[in-house]
Design a protein around this ligand. Structure first.
Ligand code: MN
Length: 204
């Protein structure tokens, strides 16, 4: 089966002023589209049949060696961007529920302390990559960063929330000021989605 670029759950300009229309448009319609196309091309050339990108990324050992790097890069790029868009929303929906707050506060002294730790990881990440809140195999929460398009699913984690810190994710509006992009991100997090993912991952 061929993968398709998902439609965004909001308009390109819906995240203004935090996330500008031009960046969201090019990020989705050019970058995410390219990962989608390149993943499809790799799977077609390698004659790999799959039902989900998640199963590919969780079982990289079963992907033919000649194809593995392309699946890590483009399959990861495809999944990570799907995952990123889903956990964004226009600013009026961005309050964590009591449940989410309580789960976070099992691991960080306060929700603000968690946000600070996540932001610090995102700011310190060197080069292109992602920062994720993940659930570990032991069902504990951690903040991790990954390079390029490496997906937490390939590392045995359940991803819960993410920010893209590739320059293409913020350069048009924020240029070299990654800290401003990270701070803007907190205004457009879809906590409903984050909570749903966490509940799902905890119940597995
Ligand atoms: Mn990106």
């Amino acid at each position: 089966m061929a993968f398709t670029l998902p439609t965004l759950p909001f308009a390109y300009d819906a995240l203004e002023p935090w996330y500008d229309e031009a960046t969201v448009r090019v990020h989705h319609s050019k970058h995410h589209q390219a990962y989608t196309d390149n993943l499809n091309k790799a799977l077609e050339e390698g004659k790999v049949e799959t039902t989900s990108v998640e199963s590919l990324l969780k079982n990289l050992d079963s992907v033919p060696m000649a194809l593995r790097t392309r699946v890590i890069n483009h399959g990861g790029g495809y999944f990570n961007h799907n995952f990123f868009w889903e956990n964004l929303s226009p600013a009026e929906k961005t309050t964590p529920s009591a449940f989410l707050k309580a789960e976070i506060e099992k691991y960080w002294p306060s929700f603000d302390a968690f946000k600070e730790a996540f932001s610090a990881k995102a700011l310190a990440h060197f080069g292109s990559g992602w920062v994720f809140l993940v659930l570990t195999k032991e069902k504990t929460l951690e903040i991790i960063d990954t390079h390029d398009q490496i997906c937490p699913l390939s590392l045995g984690y359940e991803p819960i929330m993410t920010i893209d810190v590739w320059e293409h994710a913020y350069y048009l509006k924020y240029q070299n000021r990654r800290a401003e992009w990270i701070s803007a991100f907190w205004n457009i997090v879809n906590y409903e989605c984050v909570e749903k993912r966490l509940k799902n991952a905890l119940s597995k």
